[in-house]
Write a protein that binds this ligand. Structure first.
Ligand code: COA
Length: 330
């Protein structure tokens, strides 16, 4: 059977570090509150003119992943970018990355699935490989959430950060690679997390803003309660689909939104926290970029070896959520 195998990973984050102490000067908050309620200590914030736009970070992460893979940009058949913060509404970030890489043969497009964008993108690219329409694919998560952050809203601005991560997939017939990705959505809860600009036409949103420009809005408390069971249930079903148990998992890499969500999911799944990778203390919630950044860092830290089972789990606006079971290939 043909599978998509991960043969390269890469990531990048902006230079500028914004600590919790820095945020104390911007909104009515404390390092102690943010650390206790979220686990976040600092995040990276893009600066203009520094090569830190969403597409520029996407290209940087991609170059690192391509370098590791040994696959050249000209040999890519597909580029899929998960993002909710494109440089502009169109063209897609993927097309801008394609241009910057010189990946002339690749079909390129974005996927919008909230913080689940990377796993949705991974699933699309992997399915194209499995069905034979694509041999080499680049999958990217890239976000500049600081551009849609309301810096007057202490309930959200402390959570978010910028960055990008990427993986290169290639077709293989070995028994490793992406074993499957399980995805779910529930649009009934769209209003727990949303953003809109001047083009927004959702009446319920327009009624609340009286024509003023506004940014990301979130019902953090309700999201938290939805996130934990969704993440735990889909992770367990994805493992069961392959006859695997939590003991088979070498490393779980969850979306990096909040340490309390991650701990609650691990507790439900009876997975010890030393098998759960977290780096949200450094980057906060980078939406679609969080899983590929974490995956890249985990691999480069030597935590993964060929044959290890890695469980990727995500949850985000939409609502969307999902889990991938990967048998590590590099
Ligand atoms: N600093 C200090 N106090 C803050 C604060 C901040 N940055 N943000 C909120 N508060 C206050 C609130 O105003 C509230 O005060 P009140 O009791 O006087 O009204 C109090 O802290 C508790 O707020 P609450 O929203 O109940 O806190 P919480 O424990 O739910 O934590 C989140 C808030 C946002 C950290 C938490 O709900 C969360 O992480 N939710 C999920 C968010 C998420 O992951 N979103 C992305 C999904 S992809």
């Amino acid at each position: 059977m043909t599978r998509g195998r991960i043969v390269g990973t890469g990531s990048t984050t902006p230079m500028r570090v914004l600590t919790n102490k820095d945020l104390e000067k911007i909104v009515d908050t404390t390092d102690e509150w943010i650390t206790r309620r979220t686990g976040i200590k600092e995040r990276r914030i893009s600066s203009d003119g520094q090569g830190e736009n969403t597409s520029e970070m996407g290209t940087k992460a991609s170059l690192k992943a391509l370098d590791m893979s040994g696959i050249s940009p000209e040999d890519l058949d597909m580029i899929v970018v998960g993002t909710v913060t494109p440089d502009c509404q169109f063209p897609s970030v993927a097309c801008l990355v394609q241009k910057d890489l010189g990946a002339g043969k690749a079909v390129a497009f974005d996927v919008s699935a909230g913080c689940s964008g990377f796993l949705y993108a991974l699933s699309v690219a992997d399915n194209a490989i499995v069905t034979g329409s694509c041999r080499n694919a680049l999958v990217v998560g890239a976000e500049r959430l600081s551009a849609i952050t309301n810096w007057d809203d202490r309930t959200t601005c402390v959570l978010l950060g910028d960055g990008s991560g990427a993986v290169v997939l290639t077709a293989g017939t070995e028994d490793d690679g992406i074993l499957s990705t399980h995805l779910q959505s529930d649009g009934n809860f769209w209003n727990l997390l949303y953003t809109a600009d001047a083009t927004c036409k959702i009446p319920e949103i327009l009624d609340t803003v009286e024509g003023k420009p506004f940014y990301l809005k979130m019902d953090g408390n309700r999201l938290f309660k939805k996130a934990v069971p969704c993440l735990a249930n889909i992770a367990v079903s994805a493992l069961e689909h392959h006859g695997l148990s939590r003991d088979d998992v070498k490393l779980m890499i969850p979306h990096q939104a909040n340490i309390r969500i991650i701990q609650a999911v691990a507790e439900r799944m009876l997975i010890p926290m030393d098998k759960v990778y977290t780096n949200l203390h450094k980057y906060g919630n980078t939406s679609s970029a969080s899983i590929p950044i974490a995956l890249d860092e985990a691999y480069r830290e030597g935590l993964l070896e060929p044959g290890d089972y890695v469980l990727l789990v995500t949850f985000g606006a939409g609502l969307t959520w999902g889990a991938s079971v990967v048998k590590w290939s590099i």
